[in-house]
Write a protein that binds this ligand. Structure first.
Ligand code: FES
Length: 109
């Protein structure tokens, strides 16, 4: 499957100023571990223009539409991403809990 997980880190996503209670470094480490477990990689991106939904993560696999997730602020969301990738990831149904984090890609709202 080789997922690519794009993790936004810029003016809002990943900042203590906007999300002081989140360990953003640990979150990035965990996302790298999750991607690797599923044969994929993480790319850190500059602002994805959806700051109001920070932290933003985009999950992609070849042949499926990228899925944009917002408000990625606690470990349970990371656990849900991990479980979803194990079940097939993008191109399969988004679990109900993770569907709550789905946001529209920049430029489509
Ligand atoms: S900093 Fe992540 S969407 Fe702007």
């Amino acid at each position: 499957m080789s997922p690519l997980i794009t993790v936004c880190r810029d003016c809002c996503c990943g900042t203590v100023k906007k999300h002081p209670t989140v360990d953003h470094g640990r979150q990035l480490t965990r996302l790298r571990e999750i991607a690797a477990r599923h044969g994929g990689t993480v790319r850190v991106a500059e602002c994805l223009d959806t700051c109001e939904t920070s932290n933003v993560v985009v999950v992609q696999v070849k042949g499926a539409k990228p899925v944009w997730l917002g408000f990625v602020l606690d470990d349970t969301v990371l656990d849900d991403i991990d479980a979803w990738l194990a079940a097939g990831g993008p191109g399969t149904d988004l679990p109900a809990t993770l569907a709550l984090n789905r946001v529209a890609p920049a430029g489509t709202r």
